[in-house]
Design a protein around this ligand. Structure first.
Ligand code: 2OX
Length: 446
């Protein structure tokens, strides 16, 4: 029996407006983590920090004042928003999420509510504005990442224990509201906000404040897209309220992980944000452990889209404003694949078919087109396809080679083998199934 909630989810089920339908169709996105942390890049006094580079300030070896003086070194002379946006365009991303302020509190825009911004660095100029402009120009939508937790602001608290805490945190809440309204005012084309740093008790206790701030931001920017990580309900429940309903417009729980099956996403919109190394978001000199390859990232992309989500790949630009070679190479490899196969990614959704070993199904929203994204070719060369009963296949062809038609072999009721013509493939490939509902005997050949 649902309990009465003032500050839980205000909407059950998916948003159906045009802004959200566009977000749902993106498929592939880019994350950008850039800030003061990019300068030390996970190293301090010649020692490697074992955590994520953008968390360096939390390392006991690092004094806050020494870290904050990095502001006087921030001078990305080679920064060029157009070149980042062009790389993203070539890669085929439809949206970008950019850090405006990470946990360290440094602002990449000239906020008037703190001195800890680019305006007081040698670089002086706004970073966010040129990026928004360069990406918008290429039809790539911009989402602004904002960390509520702010290690620079003396009024930040991890919990509210005393009256002093409460007075300080009230100042912090006003500061946060001021910065968010400032961002929405300065960058009106931003499609959404990606919140982080909202897990500590201090913020979790602010259900009423956060709820009214969310309402205020949505009123200011109709269509604004805000994820499930922004606020907790009055019982401290996050992402899903005390009645199990998702907070916000999409689920933000898939950080460096991907759902296994459709049941894991509860019919919600969601995005998966992913690092190239195991766990580094900001630029890190040393990438330890496994570095994901183009094929691995393409499979993650396919899996996300096949389960109704968006896949957002992270880039950690260097302090001089250039992108590192490994990331440029991945952007190129993904872009080449998207150049051939993006039709199977954009406007893709869960096809509702039985999952097969060879890869992932994606259905083109609003059509009878189903894409088979093939990552694992069986020794037999026969791809098994089982469709809902009374669904026939009217046409089968190779997306990368449309002249290459296949004649599926029927092996049972709405069950087929698609016999591949070759055994080895350089890259994952896509086969297009045009299906027909033959319950009305639409005369399909197969
Ligand atoms: C999107 C990613 N989210 C930030 C993060 C958060 N956390 C984290 C770590 C421990 C508990 C709760 C959250 N680790 N990394 C990363 O720094 C990056 O910004």
């Amino acid at each position: 029996k649902p309990i009465a909630l003032q500050h839980g989810a205000h909407r059950i089920g998916r948003r159906t407006d045009a802004d959200m339908e566009k977000w749902r169709a993106y498929g592939l996105g880019q994350f950008i983590h850039w800030g003061l942390y990019s300068i030390p890049a996970g190293e301090w006094n010649g020692k490697q920090y074992s955590g994520a580079a953008e968390w360096l300030k939390s390392w006991k070896e690092v004094s806050a004042t020494a870290y904050d003086s990095l502001m006087y070194q921030f001078n990305p002379t080679k920064f060029n928003a157009e070149s980042w946006a062009e790389t993203a365009k070539q890669m085929g991303v439809k949206y970008v999420t950019i850090t405006t302020k990470h946990h360290d509190g440094f602002c990449l825009w000239p906020s008037k509510y703190t001195n800890f911004t680019v305006a007081n660095s040698p670089y002086k100029k706004d970073i966010i504005g040129p990026l928004v402009k360069a990406y918008d120009k290429r039809g790539i939508d911009v989402i602004l990442y904002f960390s509520i937790m702010d290690w620079h602001n003396p009024d930040w608290r991890y919990d509210i224990k005393t009256r002093e805490d409460s007075i300080a945190f009230d100042r912090f809440k006003q500061f946060t509201r001021n910065q968010l309204l400032e961002l929405l005012t300065l960058y009106p084309t931003a499609k959404g906000l990606w919140f982080d740093g909202t897990w500590d008790k201090s913020w979790v206790k602010q259900a009423a404040f956060a709820d009214s701030l969310e309402k205020e931001m949505r009123a200011m920017r109709p269509g604004l897209i805000i994820g499930s990580r922004f606020r907790a309900d009055e019982y401290g429940k996050r992402h899903f309220d005390s009645n199990g309903n998702m907070m916000g417009d999409y689920e933000q729980g898939w950080e460096r992980k991907i759902p296994e099956k459709i049941a894991d996403v509860h019919g919600n919109d969601w995005d998966c944000v992913m690092t190239v190394p195991e766990n580094q978001w900001g630029y890190s000199k040393v990438w330890k452990g496994h570095i994901k390859t183009t094929d691995e990232l393409l499979e993650m992309l396919a899996k996300c889209v096949s389960l109704d989500g968006n896949f957002v790949l992270n880039f950690g630009p260097k302090p001089d404003g250039t992108l590192r070679t490994e990331e440029l190479d991945l952007a190129k490899g993904i872009g080449e694949w998207m150049g051939i196969n993006s039709e199977a990614i954009y406007n893709g959704e869960y096809a509702g078919l039985v999952k097969q070993d060879w890869g992932y199904y994606v259905k083109k929203t609003g059509t009878n087109k189903i894409y088979m994204l093939v990552f694992n070719v069986p020794v037999s060369g026969a791809l098994n396809v089982v469709l809902p009963s009374r669904t026939a296949i009217s046409k089968v062809y190779d997306l990368g080679n449309p002249g290459q038609n296949y004649a599926p072999e029927e092996i049972g009721t709405s069950a087929y083998f698609i016999h591949l013509k070759q055994q080895t493939f350089k890259r994952p490939f896509v086969i297009v199934l045009e299906t027909a509902d033959n319950s009305k005997n639409s005369g399909a050949q197969y």
